[in-house]
Design a protein. Structure first.
Length: 684
């Protein structure tokens, strides 16, 4: 070893050990801008930090933590709460990098993690043992299923919600502090007839959890709030322990989480919440923008800081985003300003229809790739998944690889494949896979009986229509007969008079004959899935023959689009995403499609001011994902199967903008003059 050290120069590497504190000299002023530095050094007492998109809020929060520790605040007296385990780990790791040591005893984690740690200490006060188990989503669903089975004598199987949907109903009720009745009337009106049964299942579910000494994720919050409200000893212990409470992404908190923050920080009153009301877009999960808007009222004397310096986007993109938010009444006004150089105005792209929209996206993506923008640095955003259908088909036809972020490609979703399976049987009666898929959707029919039905059909040698008129009910027990009767009903309607080989009519007939009932009972986001199926019918209107439509879909399913680029890079693929899935991320170029009234904003928001303001915040989130280039695409027409081709009015989010915020790109024959009478034209 001595020989090695004499021959080679050694580099010393130091491992950070667990210390209460070591001497560090962090250059806070040199590492932060003026806005961030003010938060880090002056955020004592109750403080609200309004952190605009791309303004470095996580950096600010980490340096605030480091600032407190460097000034002698014990790590064990600091509580830092985030929304994801990944964010919690990142904050802790980055803090260690800055401090050069591990802050031992720091209370850092998600709301659920904090709830678990506190409840372990005081479990007996909420009726559980300290070694209670935690049910994950699958365990919770299985326990709900057991409760449903026990109540089975009261349930009409065809329309009663499946265990996974009941689990979602119970969870939403817990996180919003609303009764089952209220949740059903607001979110699941088609299940109000089962209010009594679902309440009974909820009660039985709670009893089973208690009897098995188990909590689910929701309990970790609900019971923590109960503990802090009802146990003076527990409340005093933790409110005295935590001298500083810091919360990230505060705009995403629900009612229960806000109550927990208020109580834990209420003693020393050093509560620092960081968030952006302009990015509160998760009300469908129970998040309340009111939590952040009302914070100064709940804590008189609150200091409000604003982080308005944006390090992500070009100034022209921020000008557009700022102008859009001026139309919201319920907000904290702020104006993002960019540190980046000008790059040119965002483009408002006028196209004729959804097919030309798809063609434009594909052509422009390839052009940008030739200009040096890698495909993985481009995203196509949409309000709802069904808006990607035409684009996905075009990408496949052009051989362009793509990935749907946080979801499944449109034509590969279960409900789309279910409906297409009915149509495939009509075109190819010997398609065993489609028979099996459709039959096993029916109550009481499992794989065994589905196989018997298909084999019997093959033996008869008759057409599907003739087979549907045959009475084979004597082959099966009663529970199978009911399901088979539903299959017959759907297939007869889909092949009935007036359909005339029209794929759109067939798709809608399958939906109306009973599949919509199945969707509502089986999926939490049932309304979105029904919209998907309607869009599938709209998408099919250009096909005169059912077989041509299915052939194109089949080629789409079996082709991943690797031929045109030949890069050898698995990451070189276009990203498609809903706006919700894109929050917190960024790309060089954002292409926002489907900017029409009734598409974005979503129709459900039309009559509620609060919902419309959330839709506008969603538009703001979409725009601020872009670093350099932003394309806002408006199809002038769209097809509705019931109404035919309809004029698609520009989204109000476009109409609200100043003409100075963008330049107009006219595609094809849809020519419109720009405000300055100059024309900008792109040809496909």
């Amino acid at each position: 070893m001595g020989c090695v050290s004499s021959r080679f120069k050694m580099k010393k590497y130091t491992l950070y050990e667990d210390h209460e504190k070591v001497e560090t000299h962090i250059d806070f002023k040199g590492n932060l801008n003026a806005e961030q530095y003010e938060v880090v050094t002056k955020a004592d007492g109750s403080c609200l930090v309004l952190a605009g998109a791309g303004s470095g809020k996580t950096r600010t929060l980490i340096y605030r933590l480091a600032y407190l520790l460097e000034r002698g605040v014990p790590p064990s007296s600091i509580l830092l709460m985030t929304f994801t385990n990944k964010a919690a780990r990142e904050m802790k790791d980055r803090a260690e990098m800055i401090l050069k040591y591990t802050p031992k005893g720091l209370f850092c984690g998600t709301f659920h993690h904090v709830g678990n740690r506190i409840l372990r200490k005081f479990a007996s006060l909420v009726g559980f043992g300290p070694d209670f188990g935690i049910l994950d989503r699958h365990d919770s669903r299985d326990l709900v299923r057991a409760c449903v089975k026990k109540q089975n004598y009261k349930i009409k199987k065809e329309k009663f919600p499946k265990p996974s949907v009941i689990q979602s109903i119970i969870s939403f009720s817990a996180n919003t502090d609303k009764t089952i009745e209220k949740v059903l009337s607001e979110k699941y009106p088609y299940f109000t007839q089962f209010t009594g049964e679902i309440n009974e299942i909820k009660e039985l579910y709670s009893k089973k959890k208690k009897n098995s000494n188990s909590m689910d994720y929701d309990d970790l919050l609900v019971k923590l709030r109960w503990l802090l409200k009802n146990s003076p000893s527990a409340r005093e212990y933790y409110t005295e322990k935590f001298h500083y409470v810091m919360v990230d992404e505060y705009q995403d908190t629900n009612l229960i989480q806000a109550d927990i923050v208020d109580m834990l920080g209420g003693n020393h009153n050093n509560i620092l919440v960081v968030g952006d009301d302009a990015q509160s877009i998760y009300s469908f999960r129970g998040a309340r923008v009111e939590n952040i808007l009302s914070f100064p009222e709940r804590f008189p004397g609150t200091k409000t800081f604003k982080l308005e310096t944006n390090y992500r986007s070009a100034p022209e993109i921020l000008d557009l985003a700022n102008d859009s938010l001026l139309n919201n009444d319920d907000q904290f006004p702020k104006k993002l300003k960019s540190v980046n150089p000008p790059l040119g105005k965002p483009a408002l792209v006028e196209v004729n229809d959804l097919y030309q929209q798809a063609s434009f996206v594909v052509q422009r993506v390839l052009e940008m790739r030739g200009e040096g923008v890698e495909m993985k640095d481009v995203v196509v955003l949409f309000r709802a998944h069904y808006q990607s259908a035409e684009l996905e088909m075009e990408l496949v036809k052009r051989g362009i690889p793509y990935v749907v972020r946080g979801g499944i490609r449109f034509f590969e979703q279960a409900h789309i494949k279910d409906v297409l399976a009915y149509l495939r049987i009509i075109v190819n009666p010997l398609d065993e896979i489609s028979w099996m898929r459709v039959l096993t959707l029916c109550p009481g029919i499992g794989p065994g009986y589905a196989t018997r039905i298909f084999e019997h059909f093959k033996k008869t040698g008759v057409t599907v229509k003739d087979f549907l008129n045959m009475d084979i009910s004597g082959m099966f027990p009663q529970k199978v007969r009911a399901g088979y009767k539903g299959f017959i009903k759907t297939m007869r309607i889909a092949t009935g008079p007036g359909i005339d080989n029209d794929p759109g009519m067939m798709i809608n007939s399958v939906l109306e004959a009973g599949y919509e009932t199945r969707v509502l009972a089986n999926f939490e986001n049932a309304k979105d899935r029904v919209d998907d199926i309607h869009e599938l019918a709209n998408f099919s209107h250009d096909y005169n023959e059912l077989k041509d439509f299915l052939n194109d879909i089949t080629l789409r399913e079996n082709f991943r689009g690797e031929t045109i680029l030949n890069t050898g890079d698995d990451e070189e693929q276009l990203v498609l995403s809903t706006i919700h899935q894109a929050k917190g991320l960024e790309w060089d170029a954002v292409m926002l499609i489907g900017l029409c009234e009734g598409q974005f904003p979503h129709p459900k928001a039309m009559n509620e001011k609060s919902e419309m303001e959330e839709e506008r915040r969603l538009f703001y989130v979409a725009a601020t994902r872009a670093r350099k280039y932003l394309y806002l695409i408006h199809p002038a027409t769209r097809y509705d199967y019931q109404k035919g081709t309809v004029i698609a009015r520009e989204s109000r989010f476009l109409e609200e903008l100043s003409s100075e915020d963008y330049e107009i790109w006219e595609v094809g024959r849809d020519r419109r003059r720009c405000p300055d009478d100059e024309e900008s034209m792109i040809e496909l």
